[in-house]
Design a protein around this ligand. Structure first.
Ligand code: PLP
Length: 287
């Protein structure tokens, strides 16, 4: 396996970074996860834009142009002979002495890891996954804004630990005001009376790229979409619930705590549309 480290492709076994890297010492860095289909990275521009935005939020110079990052990414995919892949791009503050002052680091660390995409079990899509409402609240945007896709992921990891203890796949976090925010690695949607609801960007969430695609697809289909503030009781009364992220695409939720849900028609329709959207995108980029 080959990875990209700073400015070149290297065998994964030789890709080493310092234990003084501030990404390791302090979680001081940002990242993106992407997915490629048939050799094309879906919504690549959007992911790269979000990487730059995350970096801007933490005052971190990317030090490369979007074009250079795209080239590096495709180079890594080609080196590994990958078409359907999972991609992780990371950018940390880099090597520096101990101490949190970002100016201690003179050069950032940039890595790209690509691995073969492992499909989730069919049961995820046909039957759904279990979720809990987590006791861990989502970081408020006034503290560590979830719009920053940061390496500082402990908020999400704590909720994931809770989900695992309760044999659930995903933990749905509320924000500090008590409104539904998002999952540990996903955005959440629910359907009530044929309309689609999802927490607004005001709710301390990541503006998921999949979330954006799903909202557009629903609008095109004439399905009403509301972005707002919702409490857990509203979620529990939903007709259907589903989660979105880049690698899962869209997955229905069959249980939240003790309440069961069916895999609904709107989920099925929108996931079919999502797959068509991916195909169209991939075919256009291949031309
Ligand atoms: N919310 C969080 C906290 C995430 O980590 C992710 C993705 O990993 C998402 C939402 C979904 O974002 P996207 O659709 O861009 O993958």
């Amino acid at each position: 396996m080959y990875v990209f480290l700073n400015d070149k492709i290297v065998p994964a076994s030789e890709a080493k970074i310092s234990i003084f890297d501030h990404g390791f010492l302090y979680g001081d860095g940002v990242f993106e996860t992407m997915r490629s289909y048939g050799g094309v990275v879906f919504k690549l521009d959007e992911h790269i834009q979000r990487l730059f935005r995350s970096a801007r939020f933490i005052n971190l110079e990317v030090g490369r142009t979007p074009e250079e990052i795209k080239k590096a990414l495709y180079k890594t995919l080609n080196a590994n002979d990958l078409t359907d892949s999972y991609i992780r791009v990371s950018l940390s503050r880099g090597y520096g002495p101990i101490g949190i002052d970002p100016d201690l680091c003179k050069e950032n660390t940039f890595t790209i890891i690509t691995t073969e995409f492992k499909r989730y079990p069919d049961s995820f899509y046909l039957e759904g996954v279990d979720a809990i409402i987590s006791n861990i609240r989502r970081n408020p945007k006034e503290a560590l804004n979830p719009l920053i896709k940061s390496m500082n992921f402990l908020n999400n990891i704590l909720a994931k630990i809770e989900a695992k203890k309760k044999q659930a796949f995903e933990a749905i976090m509320l924000n500090m005001e008590g409104y539904i925010a998002e999952g540990t690695v996903s955005n959440i949607f629910f359907v009530k009376d044929s309309s689609l609801y999802t927490p607004s960007l005001e709710c301390s969430i990541l503006d998921g790229i999949t979330r954006g695609v799903v909202i557009e697809l629903a609008k095109k289909r004439g399905i009403g979409v509301q972005e707002g503030k919702y409490i857990a009781e509203e979620l529990l009364k939903a007709d259907e619930i589903f989660l979105t992220n880049t690698s899962l695409e869209m997955v229905p939720v069959k249980r939240v705590n003790d309440t069961e849900f069916k895999v609904g028609e709107i989920y099925k329709l929108l996931h079919e549309e999502y797959k068509v959207e991916v195909k169209t995108y991939v075919n256009e980029k291949k031309l």
